[in-house]
Each structure stands twice: as structure tokens, then as C-alpha cells.
Write a new protein. Structure first.
Length: 109
């Protein structure tokens, strides 16, 4: 189901999109494509296993969130919970504010 953001949410989302795009462009300019290709070839197929296991971990944690909702667990879709979980995890990676933002977004999601 597509939700239209409220007027208060729209500026925040636009700022987040602009910051994300800017950060991506900055990192794209810093990484030399040849060195990226060499590094990924050295990692090999093992990286796929690591990414898959991390995905399983996120799904298991999301399932734990869902179980904690009790009777209300059917009011929110699993895919929405996965998005909230990944958003909280991403917020938790922000330097000094990371733990505060990540933990508070997990609690209030």
C-alpha cells in the first residue's frame, strides 16, 4: 500500500534523499573503479555467503520484533518491519549520535 507522506514528513524525506545522493556521489568519486574490481575479485564468492548470513540475521531480528508486538503483530506488515529494522540499523551507524538515534528509532518504531 502506497502512503503519501504528510506535509511535515516531506521536507525531511527530501533532505534525506539529497544527502544520500550527495554522499553516494562523493564516495563514487573517491573509489577508483579498477581498485574496486580488483578488491571484489580478491574477495570472491565468499562475500555472497557473508551478505546472505547478514540478511538472515536481519530477518531473524525483524521476526523477533514482530513476536514482541503480541496481538498487534498483524497490524503492520513484515516488509514494513524489515524497513523499520534496516532504517534503525542504518541510523545506528552514525558516529557518536548513532547509538542514540538507532536505539531510539528502534524503540519508537
Amino acid at each position: 500500500m502506497l502512503r503519501i507522506p504528510s506535509k511535515a514528513q516531506l521536507p525531511v524525506r527530501l533532505i534525506a534523499i539529497a544527502m544520500s545522493a550527495g554522499f553516494f556521489l562523493y564516495l563514487s568519486g573517491e573509489v577508483v573503479p579498477a581498485s574496486f574490481g580488483k578488491a571484489s575479485s580478491e574477495l570472491g564468492w565468499g562475500i555472497i555467503l557473508v551478505i546472505a548470513l547478514a540478511g538472515v540475521s536481519h530477518l531473524a531480528r525483524t521476526w523477533g520484533w514482530r513476536l514482541n508486538l503480541g496481538d498487534d503483530q498483524h497490524k503492520i506488515s513484515f516488509s514494513r518491519l524489515v524497513g523499520l529494522r534496516l532504517g534503525a540499523e542504518a541510523a545506528g551507524q552514525l558516529w557518536i549520535l548513532g547509538q542514540t538515534l538507532g536505539d531510539s528509532s528502534e524503540c519508537h518504531a
